[in-house]
Design a protein around this ligand. Sequence first.
Ligand code: ACO
Length: 331
Amino acid sequence: MGIKILGCGMYLPPKTVTNEDFERIVNTSDEWIIKRTGIKKRHVSQGEYTFSMGLKAAVEALNNAKVSPKDLDLVIFTTVTADFYFPSMSNVVQGKLGAENAYGIDIACACAGFVYALDMAQKYIDADDGVQNVLIISSENITKTVDYTDRSTCVLFGDGAGAVVVTKGNSKAYAHLGADGTGCELLYAHLYPSANFFAEPGELSANYAAFPQGKGRYMYMNGPRVYEFAVSKMVYSLKKACEKAKISVDELDVIIPHQANVRIIDTVVKKLGLNKDKVYVNIKDHGNISSACIPVCLAELFSKGALKPGFKVCLVGFGAGIIYGAIVFTL
Ligand code: ACO
């Protein structure tokens, strides 16, 4: 019972936006952004679909894994920025890849999506019901939800995709997943109101009656409150996942946290007494790519040869909801 990672891929749109670019559109500075977030630049999609970025990462992951699309049994797609109400992103990619023997599931677990997807992949594989090879894709066009007049959110996010091919293996992954829905109003982006000809002003209307702090269709975030949640839930879920895996936090070889803010990561490192060298951080170059952060980190680490067989890895994330989770496994 367990999983094995066969290969990873990633895709980042070519356009990069620097802190200096933000200095020209909002009242901010490179110094403030670096000091408060750790971000220097981010990749921004210029009209690319979420599914097409995911597809590019998926093709690279399949090539690295040496797995044909026809050998896939399941495609899991994580995103908070799907291109369509329907069809699902996983179905679109399944069709484009020619993964004719696979079915698809989309999950919207905010920035923690990849952690949830990996746990789900293992559960489908362990069910021994015909699922052996799973392609997980996390792709985000998060900048399309961003209000570029709100300096406290617009500087934080970037776009891109990561993908991982997982198969049946010997390493059991131990996950601790959790949610605290009392935090829903701290971070959200509304769907469009109904265009139904018969609609009356109501809850789903331009008044955005539910969670009205936000400005229409754009992301609203209470940064300081999200920050507090993030630190406490990442610390808690990482400890819980290690407990389930029956290892101490010190025994982890690599820790990949969600890349939302370098200060959140530094505080988690401090609270858990982690060796900083074991914690992978790439936020400087990519910003926060929501659920794509963790698989992009995995793809970068694999391509650098920094992930060796036998390494104990922990992925830990949190996101809007508030939702959180950590998963521990051996490579
Ligand atoms: N440039 C300059 N000043 C700014 C900027 C900016 N880009 N953004 C905010 N400020 C100002 C504020 O207006 C405020 O000014 P004031 O004191 O005059 O009112 C001051 O800086 C301090 O604002 P805070 O919000 O208290 O700043 P903080 O140090 O908390 O940093 C930040 C804000 C970066 C958003 C931080 O709270 C944070 O990272 N929170 C967590 C965010 C996060 O993790 N989001 C994503 C999570 S889930 C997901 O990934 C989708």
